[in-house]
Ligand binder design. Structure first.
Ligand code: V47
Ligand code: SF4
Length: 359
């Protein structure tokens, strides 16, 4: 019979837990027990180090043909609030970020009906010229698949061209919940979960590191969350190309998903991060994205198995268009303070987790 004790014995012996055992943890009310176990697993992997980076998000356009039901960021072309940044403006923001000490730009946007694949290649080249020291982490698997569709090029060729234009790695967006019947409810136009996994597999084979996200706290069940994480764990066994797992707490405002909730609870946030740390035994990094969680839960999560707080971000649109109450940006000093006060060692990292400096 599964009990918390049988699970913790397994985890302490370095054994993998099953989906049923992860489900058991979700039904348990022993939040502190789960957190302690997750913290132990994390400390084995990362010691007291908690990573952050100095980065800037740029979203070149919010015009998107998909219009996922949960997404408050996207617009239809011509609709009020629709925008597309000029290349000059994208470069200006990248240059400014580099000047302020950023090491990364994080670029994702909508699936624009009129921009050609060459625009995205040009964007990468222009950023590389304008701010050569920045690592460019860009495009979700959903965008990559769209580039292949609009250009007629294979996924492999799309990667080859983007890498040669300056692409350094990929963020983990677009995964949502990989289970198909959930996708049908929240993002029916988006590529199927199996296709997301296949594109990420090809990214890893092309030598790109990626992250993986999970949008939770909407219509999915805890069993769906575990199924999602199991698919990621299996792919990671095969490729080893994932860096961080990032659960994204659903922000409810301005969404077409009419749910009777006002967002996730702090308890669910902490449990989800801790169970991810325990279940995803082949992921080195579990990231608390403070934009969606708020700074306070993100800080507390450092005692629940989390070892990464993302970055300074500077200007965030996706979560804030959906009502996120967190600030737009955290200063480097602010992040260092947050981590230090939690009794951990703040380590500034680059995108590929090479340490830059400990504080
Ligand atoms: O895929 C959209 C999510 C993602 C909402 O890899 C929402 O380092 C919450 O992937 N409430 C994009 N989430 C952001 C993303 C990301 C962010 C930070 C770091 C990294 C990384 C990746 O945002 C989308 C979608 O899952 N999202 N709308 C919303 N209302
Ligand atoms: Fe478009 Fe991404 Fe928003 Fe979906 S989540 S509508 S694909 S921008």
């Amino acid at each position: 019979m599964t009990t918390f004790a049988t699970i913790s014995t397994k985890v302490r012996a370095g054994q993998r837990i099953t989906p049923d055992e992860a489900l058991f943890l979700f039904t348990s009310h022993d939040l502190l027990g789960i957190g302690e176990l997750a913290a132990e697993v994390n400390e084995r992997k990362n010691g007291k180090n908690v990573y952050f980076n100095v980065n800037r998000h740029i979203n070149p356009t919010n015009v998107c043909v998909n219009r996922c039901a949960f997404c408050a960021f996207s617009r239809t072309a011509g609709e009020e609030g629709a925008y597309t940044l000029a290349l000059d403006e994208i470069c200006r923001r990248a240059r400014e970020a580099e000047g302020e000490g950023a090491t990364e730009v994080h670029i994702v946007g909508g699936l624009h009906p009129d921009l050609a694949f060459e625009f995205y290649e040009e964007t990468l080249r222009a950023i590389r010229n304008a701010a050569p020291k920045l690592h460019i982490k860009a495009f979700t698997a959903v965008e990559i698949e769209y580039f292949s569709r609009i250009s007629g090029l294979s996924i492999e060729k799309v990667f080859e061209r983007l890498i040669s234009a300056g692409l350094g790695s990929m963020p983990g967006g677009g995964a949502e919940i990989l289970v198909e019947d959930v996708r049908q409810k929240i993002c029916p136009e988006k590529i199927p979960g199996a296709r997301w996994l296949e594109i990420i597999r090809l990214a890893h084979l092309a030598g790109l590191k990626t992250n993986a996200t999970m949008l939770y706290g909407h219509v999915e069940s805890t069993a769906d969350r575990i199924a999602h994480m199991e698919m990621l764990r299996n792919l990671q066994d095969e490729t080893g190309g994932f860096q961080a797992f990032i659960p994204l707490a659903f922000q409810t405002e301005n969404s077409d998903l009419k749910l009777d909730i006002k967002g996730t609870s702090g308890l669910d946030d902490l449990k989800t991060l801790a169970i991810a740390r325990i279940f995803l035994d082949n992921f080195d990094h579990i990231k608390a994205y403070w934009i969606m969680l708020g700074e306070k839960i993100a800080q507390v999560s450092l005692a629940f198995g989390v070892n990464d707080l993302d970055g300074t971000v500077v200007e965030e649109k996706i979560g804030h268009d959906a009502g996120a109450a967190s600030p737009q940006s955290l200063s480097k000093e602010g992040i260092i303070r947050l981590i230090g006060k939690a009794g951990k060692v703040p380590v500034e990292r680059d995108t590929l987790y090479h340490p830059i400096r400990s504080y």
